[in-house]
Write a protein that binds this ligand. Sequence first.
Ligand SMILES: Cc1ncc(COP(=O)(O)O)c(C=O)c1O
Length: 381
Amino acid sequence: MKTSQRGAIPSFIVMDVMKAAAEHEAAGEGVLHMEVGQPSTAAPKGVVAAAKQALDDDVLGYTLATGIVPLRQRIARHYMEFYGIEVPSQRICVTTGSSAGFLLAFLAAFDPGDKVAILRPGYPCYRNILSALDIEAVEVPVGPESRFQPTLEMLDAAGGSRLDGLLIASPANPTGSMLREDELRQMIAYCQDKQIRYISDEIYHGITYGEQAATAAAVDDNAVVINSFSKYYSMTGWRLGWMVLPEDMLRPVERLAQNLFISAPSLAQHAAIAAFDCTEELDGNVVRYARNRELLLRELPKAGLDQLAPADGAFYIYADVRKFTNDALAFCAQMLAQTGIAATPGNDFDPVDGAAFVRFSFAGSTEDMAEACRRLNGWLR
Ligand SMILES: Cc1ncc(COP(=O)(O)O)c(C=O)c1O
């Protein structure tokens, strides 16, 4: 029988690596997890307590498609507390992780055949979701020359006013690179001028090692901002995210969300309200990421991995491994088999040049990072 072309999108390779690592563990071999971009910590204690309370007190049925009002209001307050800007709670839509946010935003903003610029290397699901929706992902190659972020000349070269959308993550996955606020403003002004819908993936906000990340919500009411409880809030499996939407996308997104998801998980929504009051615990996680980052930036070059992307934010080191291999897939498989370190081949993030890169996630424990550095050093030398 027929299966669709849409389902023929590439796999999310990191999930395949995760599967291989699980098989390794099932065979009784320890694995140092540097493949998946997820905190090794549980949700903050306040969230867990709120979830227990909600289990006792609440029916936990479907919610409004755009999310429960108290959570939307708490997210709106977060914009005032964290960025100092007013965002009406009516413009906030709660989603099943930012993953659902992308699907909803792409469906509401673009038609089949439209062109949306994304960065290469970049988060693979942008390209794969766009492709499943018959929207053309126009890849903008970025590298160390521009700190893995685009310039206006690069956007011109990618089609300029022929583009319908531009999606940028800052901090970015897999490179950790960030747009400075003036650069963000420049990107958005370019898009305003050419009627290009700007989509800002702000999932790694809160996890930065120098300047705080700037939000597109402070710059342009026509930009779509996508965020999540997965990273800073340490709640990957709770499957909860949110969007700040432009007025003209509110009702379209609501209609799509009603039909596609009915609502985001109710328990997670009730519990997540507490997440914004768990800053001390969550900032403690960021202190650990910062320690891990310093350790890797110091130790990886000793193992011969000395071409590393900036890692201004998020919890990744994107390492150029061409000195060792031109086949990162095989390199990572071998590394897992011989050292027990799981990491993600660059092929996931960059179908053209990614075979010469590996992404190491440093969201795990500092002990694991130190042990991984020791093993890598022995293995690569
Ligand atoms: C840049 C980026 N955006 C979005 C996501 C999706 O996260 P979630 O659906 O858990 O919010 C990820 C996950 O790794 C990511 O790295």
